[in-house]
Design a protein around this ligand. Structure first.
Ligand code: SF4
Length: 275
């Protein structure tokens, strides 16, 4: 059973390596993706629960952000780098919604990435600014796999519909296909089906990433594999322990992805960050 609480934050507009700034209205993320890199945040969050099992809502985030946007130089804000901005608690708290409005009104541009169709609730705000782009993470159209690796996120189909609706409302859209997981979502069959679905969308960009084992991801993924896909565990252990082998794997992934993109007619949109 996940633990949820309310806290006050001192700052929410933080410097980011992804963009100029990042805003995270929550500590923790109940989407609980098996490959989540943000699990390293646990050491800063004073929680004993595992990553994916706790959430602190920064209930003063809009108030703090309203002050910070008057003091910091305008730039691009990424929503969100260490949680999903539209995870289930956002339905109740509307912290992301309020922060988006404050940031846009103050002249900041927005880049958002989510796995939740709840973002459609905020299309009125996102579509009102030309300086907004919305991405959805989609790594598979196989719901059986999706439910195991991203258990509390929206279905891939509903993310595809979300991007379709966003584009119809004039919002710039992109897809993040990452991380592709060895033997699960990096298979030629999965990539072909994924690209076939994405080729029907009007996307500006399709980003591809490979799995990284840092920050406790290896342990998290191995736990899942042992439960559902035990035959894959030797390959993962080997990729984790042998950098040369992992580099060779990444090279093969680039070839598979590039060829599948060409076949699906989406090569011009592809950006490989898995090299
Ligand atoms: S939605 Fe993003 S932040 Fe949340 S658990 Fe999944 S990967 Fe991590």
């Amino acid at each position: 059973m996940a633990v949820q609480s309310e806290v006050c934050a001192k700052s929410v507009l933080t410097k980011s390596g992804i963009s100029d700034y990042a805003v995270n209205c929550y500590y923790g993320c109940l989407h609980n993706c098996v490959y989540c890199y943000a699990r390293y945040m646990r050491k800063f969050n004073n929680h004993t629960e595992p990553w994916g099992q706790y959430l602190d809502a920064k209930i003063n985030a809009p108030e703090v952000l309203a002050r910070e946007v008057t003091r910091k130089a305008p730039g691009k804000i990424f929503f969100s780098s260490a949680c999903d901005a539209w995870q289930p608690a956002e339905r109740k708290y509307e912290l992301t919604r309020q922060c988006l409005k404050i940031a846009i009104d103050a002249g900041f541009s927005i880049s958002a990435l989510t796995k939740s169709s709840l973002v459609t609730r905020d299309f009125d705000i996102l579509s009102a600014s030309p300086n907004v782009s919305l991405g959805c993470t989609i790594t598979t159209v196989n719901e059986s796999i999706r439910r195991k690796i991203e258990p509390a996120a929206s279905s891939s189909e509903s993310r595809i519909q979300t991007l379709t609706r966003a584009r119809k409302m004039g919002i710039a859209t992109w897809a993040f296909c990452g991380p592709l997981m060895p033997g699960l979502t990096d298979t030629p069959e999965n990539i072909e089906q994924l690209f076939a679905a994405l080729s029907t969308l009007e996307l500006d960009q399709i980003l591809i990433d490979k799995l990284n084992f840092r920050s406790g991801v290896f342990e998290s993924v191995m736990d899942l594999l042992q439960r559902f896909y035990p035959a894959l565990t030797p390959m993962y252990r080997s990729l984790y322990q042998n950098q040369q082998e992992y580099d060779a794997y990444a090279d093969r992934l680039v070839v598979v992805v590039t060829e599948a993109a060409r076949a699906a007619g989406i090569s011009s949109k592809l950006q490989l960050i898995c090299r």
